[in-house]
Design a protein around this ligand. Structure first.
Ligand code: MF3
Ligand code: CO
Length: 280
């Protein structure tokens, strides 16, 4: 479930380099968020991110990865992840997930946000908020966890509670299992896998130097997905909408730091009772 390959534990100095990559990603996503309105194409958003990454003398990590043709993944509505930017024009009420990765001096950062455009159904707004809250709960769980499986447990607890509170109109949510979070460092995808759901396997120990991407995907319908003929775009099998949120997180000697958040996650984590550790 988690894989048993060797984990690359980072030194505090390496974590600082990863933070530089993480902050470039954060800046690119903030710029994309400002530009994401009805009438804009997903290709235009890609240009915005590419410009920020270029200005900072960083490298886009997705471009050319296994032949991937763009800087961003932009996944709209029933697209879960890996949507390729192109001529698609955003419409009012669209649920737009934007995933971005950058490299600085060989170190990677990876993060995704979901933007819900004006005019969306309240259940879609709630869906995106539930997914974001699930991500933060998964990140917060890393702070005190003995084992990495705590992340998926915390994610699933948030989704269960949101369902119970009626946020999906009395229906169950689906929690995607085919795509998981991952270790990250000198490559975008490293061991260990980070399932965004409860697993029997408790996973590897959480210890200083572990850097992972936590990235839940929640759907209003069934959790099953399909890959389109372009061999990239992942869509829900039943056409229901699927937000995606992701942050790159470092486990340090005295706690955690969210490398793709400008404040290290301080504000969101404080609300969950977690104080972020000072960086080196
Ligand atoms: N950010 C995605 C992830 O978290 C990876 C994008 S796939 C790519 O796994 F091919 F576009 F790079
Ligand atoms: Co990722």
């Amino acid at each position: 479930m988690f894989g048993r390959e060797r984990i690359e534990y980072k030194t505090p100095e390496q974590v600082l380099l990863m933070r530089r990559a993480g902050l470039v990603v954060a800046e690119a996503l903030a710029a994309v968020r400002e530009r994401a309105v009805a009438g804009v194409t997903t290709a235009q958003l890609d240009v915005v991110a590419a410009e920020v990454i270029g200005d900072r003398h960083a490298t886009a990590s997705f471009l050319g990865y296994e032949g991937y043709p763009a800087t961003l993944c932009v996944s709209v509505n029933d697209e879960v992840v890996h949507g390729i930017p192109g001529p698609r024009v955003l419409e009012p009420g669209d649920v737009v997930s934007v995933d971005c990765g950058a490299i600085v001096e060989g170190w990677h950062g990876d993060s995704a946000i979901t933007i819900v455009l004006d005019g969306a159904e309240p259940e879609d707004v709630a869906l995106a908020e539930t997914t974001e809250r699930a991500m933060w709960a998964g990140i917060a769980a890393l702070a005190g966890a003995e084992r990495l499986g705590a992340v998926g447990e915390a994610v699933e607890d948030v989704v269960d509670a949101a369902e119970a509170a009626g946020l999906n109109g009395g229906q169950r949510y689906g929690l995607v299992e085919e795509y998981v979070g991952h270790g990250i460092g000198t490559a975008m995808h490293q061991p260990p896998d980070v399932p965004n759901f409860r697993t029997r396997d408790r996973g590897p120990r959480v210890r200083a130097g572990l850097c992972v991407a936590v990235e839940p995907m929640v759907v209003r319908g069934q959790r099953f997905t399909q890959v389109l003929d372009d061999d990239w775009t992942v869509v829900t099998g039943d056409g229901s909408r699927a937000p995606h949120w992701e942050h790159t997180v470092a486990v340090l000697e005295d706690g955690i730091w969210v490398l793709t958040a400008p404040d290290g996650g301080a504000e969101r984590l404080a609300a969950l009772g977690v104080t972020v550790a000072p960086l080196a």
